[in-house]
Design a binder for this molecule. Structure first.
Ligand code: HAS
Ligand code: CU1
Length: 548
């Protein structure tokens, strides 16, 4: 593997970690605010940097939820695919162009955010309006993800040319599936930003349709969470069983999961809009049903990955119903991170079922329950896995030994324990009506029953931050560590008990799955969008187009 390939992946994961570092600085501010402790005034370094709750929350959301995840996935999946296929990038310039676009996009978006001109949160719901640079920056970031998808596809197709009759190795297969899913899903946000928002912020049109914007946003916004999750699944399926000392239970079943995500990730956006006016109940119900079908690939993953871990634990001498769990290599920071990520996701997934239930959603929507849910999912399942992947990948990219693996193990535990306390507080408060997206230190109302959960949220949030800071410490010190020998194309991935050859040949044909995905999207959105633009409820788009 050329050193340029490794440099690209190292650039991506370092940039990701930097985004996480800056974004996470605001975490304790948010968490403490929930206990009515407002530290934002202390951040007013200059006249221009007017720190506010919403500015902090926007930086936190954009940098952690979008940039850390996108940039890390690119670095991990490009490298992972290249190792799995044992070939170098055929088109390196695409990878580098993609990185440059990501970098420039983040800088452009950061300028208005730091100037408090884009405090619109990571969901940027109109009619909240940010400076145009913010949206233009995000467009570049999304284009960068598409280019990464092209780079991965070009790797896979180059390999396929040489191996026309073989099954694509699972890591490469799943990485490509991740980017295919995302390329289809991101069409919604492309329409929202390019057609609706940018012309409006540039003053070319003087209206915006909030309802329609939200629909396009959530068209992408739900599959977005799988764009965060699937790279973590790649690690759970292909790295974790091997690192734990066992085999993957079933390779074909893993492929089924990624196919289901291509097909079903997108037609579900209305589960974020159950309470919105203007979307008929029938459409919300349809999306609720589709959402429930989306549990299947994650339940299959739980089954497949836990069966693989059991295989590993028993090989290591584990006995009894649960004894094998203790025998897993808990001293390896990469393994511990992924195990704790998986355990977190069991709870995060249960929360997802609650959110997705149309009627119960009315209890939790817009409450702290939702950030409780997404810190268990993107904050734990995804982030902790990426942290574990860093501990595995960093020495391979740099040729330097990982510094202090014991500190790394402690880091993962501290972060997870903090996150559990934080998230328990958020869920608990949420069920008692504690609002989300509200600076509670400024609120003129407070229920006594919120006291304890908000202390838990504040305390847990600070512990999480300490855990993350240890991650950056291990990361940075490792860059200056002792040189070690690394093999370029060593066999790092798990062998499967049920091998890839058992999967049917049509699993290899991504065109079919893309078409099925588009068909589902047409059913889920086109009739609704047609009738909505004819009879828009919020003034704007429909009346403008149709003159009604
Ligand atoms: Fe969600 C809101 C429904 C998964 C993230 N979600 C959000 C928001 C975010 C988010 C960020 O239906 C807030 C957006 C905003 O700002 O408004 N979510 C779901 C459902 C799932 C789900 C049905 N969410 C995720 C994932 C996320 C994420 C993944 C990020 C990565 N979510 C919702 C709904 C809302 C929502 C509504 C809107 C709420 C509202 O009212 O606003 C499902 O995909 C979950 C399926 C998961 C499972 C769990 C399987 C368990 C596994 C673990 C195996 C264990 C292992 C470890 C391997 C069924 C795979 C073993 C270890 C040993 C030691 C043995
Ligand atoms: Cu969702």
């Amino acid at each position: 593997m050329s050193s340029s390939t490794k440099r690209l992946s190292l650039a991506y994961i370092s940039f990701a970690a930097l985004a996480l570092f800056i974004g996470a600085l605001f975490g304790p501010f948010q968490a403490l605010d929930h206990a009515k402790i407002d530290l934002y005034p202390y951040l007013k370094f200059t006249e221009r940097f007017v720190a506010s709750y919403y500015q902090g929350l926007s930086l936190h959301g954009v940098l952690n939820a979008l940039i850390w995840t996108f940039s890390f996935s690119a670095g991990f999946l490009l490298y992972g695919t290249s190792v799995a296929l044992k070939i170098d990038y055929p088109k390196k310039w695409i990878g580098w162009l993609s990185f440059i676009l990501m970098f420039v996009g983040v800088v452009l978006a950061a300028i208005p955010m730091l100037a408090n001109k884009a405090s619109v949160l990571y969901t940027f719901y109109p009619p909240l309006q940010a400076h145009p640079l913010f949206y233009i920056g995000l467009v570049l970031v999304v284009i960068s993800t598409w280019l990464t998808g092209i780079a991965i596809a070009s790797l896979v197709f180059a390999w396929k040319k040489q191996n026309p009759d073989s099954r694509t190795p699972l890591t490469a297969y799943a990485s490509l599936a991740t980017y295919i899913m995302w390329s289809i899903a991101s069409a919604g946000i492309a329409v929202e930003v390019l057609v609706l928002i940018i012309p409006w912020t540039l003053g070319l049109v003087d209206f915006i349709d909030p309802q329609l914007s939200r629909t396009f946003f959530w068209f992408t916004g739900h599959p977005l969470v799988y764009f965060w999750l699937l790279p973590a699944y790649v690690a759970w399926y292909t790295l974790l069983p091997k690192l734990a000392g066992g085999k993957l239970f079933s390779d074909p079943l893993a492929r089924v999961v990624f196919i289901l995500f291509i097909v079903m990730s997108s037609p579900v956006g209305f589960h974020h809009q159950y309470t919105d006016p203007g979307v008929p109940t029938a459409w919300k119900t349809l999306h609720a049903i589709f959402t429930f079908s989306l549990f299947i690939p994650s339940m299959l993953t739980a089954f497949n990955v836990i069966a693989s871990l059991e295989n590993a634990g028993r090989k290591r001498g584990g006995k009894g119903l649960f004894g094998w769990i203790l025998k897993l290599p808990w001293g390896d920071p990469a393994v511990t991170a992924m195990l704790l990520a998986g355990i977190s996701f069991m709870f995060g997934g249960i929360g997802g079922i609650i959110n997705a239930s149309y009627n119960i959603n009315l209890v939790v929507h817009n409450t702290a329950f939702i950030p409780g849910h997404f810190h268990l999912t993107v904050g734990a399942a995804v982030t902790t896995t990426f942290i574990g992947v860093t501990y595995w990948m960093l020495p391979r990219l740099t040729g330097k030994k990982l510094w202090a693996p014991k500190v790394a193990v402690a880091q993962v535990w501290i972060y997870t324990i903090g996150l559990f306390i934080f998230s328990r507080g958020m869920h608990w408060a949420g069920t008692m009506g504690f609002p989300r997206r509200v600076p509670m230190s400024q609120a003129t109302y407070w229920l006594e029953s919120w006291d304890w959960p908000s202390y838990m949220t504040a305390f847990g949030g600070v512990v999480m931050w300490i855990g993350l800071m240890l991650y950056f410490l291990v990361f940075v010190v490792s860059l200056f560590g002792k040189r070690i020998e690394v093999e370029d194309y060593e066999d790092v991935y798990a062998v499967a008990i049920s091998p890839p050859e058992r999967s049917p040949a049509y699993f290899e044909n991504c065109k079919v799955w893309i078409l099925v995905a588009i068909a589902f999207l047409i059913v889920a959105y086109v009739p609704y969008l047609f009738s909505y633009t004819m009879n828009a409820v919020s003034p704007g788009f429909g009346s403008y187009i149709w003159g009604g």
